[in-house]
Design a protein around this ligand. Structure first.
Ligand SMILES: Nc1ncnc2c1ncn2[C@@H]1O[C@H](COP(=O)(O)OP(=O)(O)O)[C@@H](O)[C@H]1O
Ligand SMILES: [Mg+2]
Length: 358
């Protein structure tokens, strides 16, 4: 008898698909610079559909479920369709990204196997401040910093300019723009005030690390391994823009920064630094309690010191995204990587004595 296919629910939360506007095509004349990338014309929902189709063609009984801000729809689906594994893509619930950890908390209570990080790791990594304190405690360098919950009367600190001012609990370059880098106390005050008021959360002020930017992807559960390192090449960045992956660089195809922050994988690095970056990423992955897949963002300073900026559990797995680039460079195709993540959670469920149908 042929083996029964594993059933996987690809679960995500896109409560307002009707609001998604596809970006206009690029017109070089209007842009005033030569675009490097084409405009992506696939919505996130289409992206998940494609993922399900590709998995189906490759022996996985996959289907998609958009929970649309309704947790009961997830419970009903699990009861009705009885998936073996939930492939978890829920990052936000009712507009609050702190709920990310609660969704998987619920899956744990249900003893429903799911891919990726457990609630604790999602909680740990959400706070850049907590991450820095924990990593510093185990000897991993992060940029020197100060936390400002409100605008202080006097801005005395021992940090060295230039500084970067970030929202403490955001992700995906939210709140990170060219103006985030400040060279003097006036600008520091202005930006801190803006972050505290606009994002209603503390401002994390860090020393700005000039140098190279490295992303180290990690794949695995009991024996995680670092994949080939990816670097963001800033060499084409114009002088009026700082060498950072700003919000515009990540999300706005009509912005110059988007086309001048070019990923290169594998990064060309001296062997010693490559080894150190991978060791650091693995140590950070384990300390933060990550699982299955994660990406550790780092800067390599001009004097060859590695500083971890943050740890991203469950990073973007769409085709062409940073994690997949590293995985493909390591020799695993897109579908093979997805299947590997599915099998990691199946093996974990088996170790925990959870009976799967497949
Ligand atoms: N201390 C720093 N020194 C240099 N660049 C930084 C620093 N902090 C952030 N950046 C830049 O801002 C980007 C986003 O910051 P990061 O801390 O990774 O937040 P996010 O969660 O939004 O990705 C980084 O990829 C990097 O380019
Ligand atoms: Mg980052």
């Amino acid at each position: 008898m042929p083996e029964k296919k594993i059933k996987v629910a690809i679960v995500f939360n896109e409560p307002h698909p009707e609001l998604y506007i596809k970006p206009n095509q690029l017109e070089e004349k209007k842009l005033g610079f030569v675009p490097y990338f084409e405009v992506e014309n696939i919505t996130p929902i289409e992206e998940y559909e494609i993922m399900a189709q590709k998995l189906k063609k490759n022996g996985v009984n996959a289907y998609t479920l958009n929970i649309k801000d309704d947790i009961l729809s997830l419970l009903k689906d699990i009861k009705k369709n009885k998936p073996d594994i939930v492939f978890n893509f829920v990052e936000i619930y009712k507009e609050d990204s702190r709920n990310e950890m609660n969704i998987v908390g619920l899956l744990e209570l249900l003893r429903m196997p799911f891919t990726g990080a457990p609630p604790m790791a999602l909680a740990n990594c959400q706070s850049k401040i907590f991450t820095k304190r924990l990593l510093n405690a185990i000897g991993i360098k992060t940029p020197r910093f100060k936390i400002l919950k409100k605008l202080p009367k006097s801005f005395r600190h021992s940090l060295k300019y230039p500084l970067i001012v970030k929202p403490a609990y955001e992700d995906a370059s939210v709140g990170i723009e060219n103006e985030s880098i400040v060279e003097n106390v006036e600008k520091l005050k202005e930006r801190t005030d803006y972050i505290i008021k606009y994002f209603t959360q503390p401002a994390l002020v860090e020393e700005f690390i000039e140098g190279r930017e490295l992303n180290v992807a990690v794949l695995g559960d009991l024996e995680p391994a670092a994949l080939p390192i990816s670097e963001i090449d800033f060499s084409e960045m114009p002088d009026h823009l700082h060498n950072i992956v700003s919000y515009q660089a990540k999300w706005d195809p009509h912005h110059e920064a988007y086309h001048k922050t070019i990923p290169i994988c594998p990064a060309k690095l001296p062997k010693r630094i490559e080894k150190k970056a991978k060791e650091t990423a693995l140590k950070a992955f384990k300390a933060m309690g990550c699982r299955d897949y994660a990406r550790v963002d780092m800067r390599l300073s001009k004097d060859n010191q590695l500083y971890v900026l943050e740890v991203n559990p469950n990073p973007d797995l769409t085709e062409g995204a940073g994690f997949m680039r590293s995985s493909e460079t390591s020799g695993l195709s897109y579908v093979e990587t997805l299947k590997k993540i599915i099998y990691l959670s199946r093996e974990r469920a088996e170790r925990q004595g959870i009976k799967l149908v497949a």
